[in-house]
Design a protein around this ligand. Structure first.
Ligand code: NAI
Ligand code: MG
Length: 371
């Protein structure tokens, strides 16, 4: 089989880190017999420069047809003053919305060689490997009614009201719960669902629906529930107690950013956004590093390509069913880090072997070959 992939390098360091992913893909084609049908297109500021919009319709169409999309990063100072409707991040939002990518996967994995980069002590995070599944397309960021009232409410100082509505349907909760249970089956087989059922109606519904999906469809997976505020405490106190965490859009936004700091550099963090299954049974999917376009280091060969390469590893696992090759790639990265190979962002007090963006890519290829 040939795997289709749409590459959208984007802006800033996006094209630089994507060049290293291309090398990795080439290695798997040459050495593991994988075959990719790759197309490349523009997104973000790069698309705006050519088309006047941050994502052309033809690109959107292509994204709907491929097995997976891999995106670098969008944005940069050049585009900061553009009208809201054509800002680079609108390209990203359009992809998420039109592909209906409702499950955002944020792994927090602590490589042993980088444990001292964590915001927590080495003994708390060494070997950490958790996965936060955040609902991405509903909840308080989208619920109606929303808005800021006219300045006409009597009796209050200032008189204005800002409104957002946390709203979930059972269908929205069930589909993201299913995604979390499916993922757990391929990992530690445990899901912890987080909400605030003590103070929110949507939280009560969330808990009931996750429990329903568990009891009816995934009784083999171990399910627990936790209030999200306690979850925040537990993530910092003892993060290794978790396997898969499933939570709503707002709590997931905050908890996944907190979890990211358990692992160290922004240059190491991958993500995936998954939607409904396609005809081939695999989910619609877009993969991207968590970091942005890093204009402060763009064009200097300083960017760490590992976040983007790990995002490709997630594509191997979740879109192409190549779990063994995904694990091989992750192992190669672990080895390179253990050998002390470091881009600037990973250069700590203990030093290491300094490399450029492409030097890191080359080291990973060498490790793949050596494994
Ligand atoms: P950023 O993630 O681009 O950079 C934050 C800091 O981390 C910078 O000092 C940067 O040099 C460093 N950094 C990030 N990725 C790195 C890597 N791979 N290797 C080494 N160092 C790395 O976030 P920032 O500065 O807030 O935003 C810059 C631009 O990126 C803005 O236009 C913003 O809108 C956009 N952005 C885009 C995102 C996306 O495409 N998904 C996400 C976040 C921001
Ligand atoms: Mg956030």
């Amino acid at each position: 089989t040939t795997y289709s992939l749409l590459i959208l390098p984007g802006d800033g360091i996006g094209p630089e880190v994507m060049a290293e992913v291309r090398k990795v893909i080439g290695w798997f084609e040459e050495n593991k017999g994988l075959s990719f049908d790759i197309s490349e297109d523009l997104v973000g500021g790069a698309a705006y420069d050519v088309h006047g919009i941050p994502l052309a319709d033809a690109t959107m169409q292509k994204a709907q047809e491929v097995d997976a999309v891999l995106l670098g990063a969008v944005g940069g100072p050049k585009y900061d003053n553009l009208d809201f409707s054509v800002k680079p991040e609108r390209g990203l939002l359009r992809l998420r919305k039109e592909m209906d990518l409702f499950a955002n996967l944020r792994p927090a994995q602590c490589f042993d060689a980088l444990a001292d980069f964590s915001s927590l002590k080495r003994e708390v995070v060494a070997g950490l490997d958790i996965l936060i599944v955040r609902e991405l397309t509903s909840g308080v960021y989208f619920g109606q009614p929303r808005g800021i009232s006219e300045d006409n409410t009597p009796g209050n100082e200032g008189g204005r009201v800002g409104v957002n509505t946390q709203r979930y349907t059972s269908g929205e909760i069930r589909r993201v719960a299913r995604a979390a249970f499916e993922l757990a089956r391929k990992r530690g087989n445990r899901v912890c669902s987080m909400e605030k059922a003590n103070v929110m109606e949507s939280g009560i519904l969330w808990r009931e629906e996750v429990q329903w999906v568990h009891d009816n469809e995934y009784p083999d997976v171990e399910l627990s529930h936790m209030y999200a505020d306690n979850g925040a405490m537990q993530l910092v106190r003892n993060p290794r107690q978790f396997d898969v965490i499933v939570t709503d859009n707002l709590f997931g936004d905050i908890l996944s950013d907190a979890a990211a700091m358990l692992t160290g550099s922004l240059g190491m963090l991958p993500s995936a956004s998954l939607g409904a299954p396609m005809e081939n049974g695999r989910p619609k999917a877009m993969y991207e590093p968590v970091h942005g376009s890093a204009p402060d280091i763009a064009g200097q060969g300083k960017a760490n390509p590992i976040a983007c390469i790990l995002s490709f590893a997630m594509a191997l696992r979740y879109s192409y069913n190549e779990g063994d090759n995904a694990a091989l790639l992750e192992k190669a990265i672990e080895k390179v880090l253990a050998d002390g190979v470091r881009t600037g962002d990973l250069m700590g007090a203990e030093g290491g072997v300094p490399v450029s963006t492409s030097g890191m890519g080359d080291a990973i290829l060498a490790a793949l070959t050596a494994l």
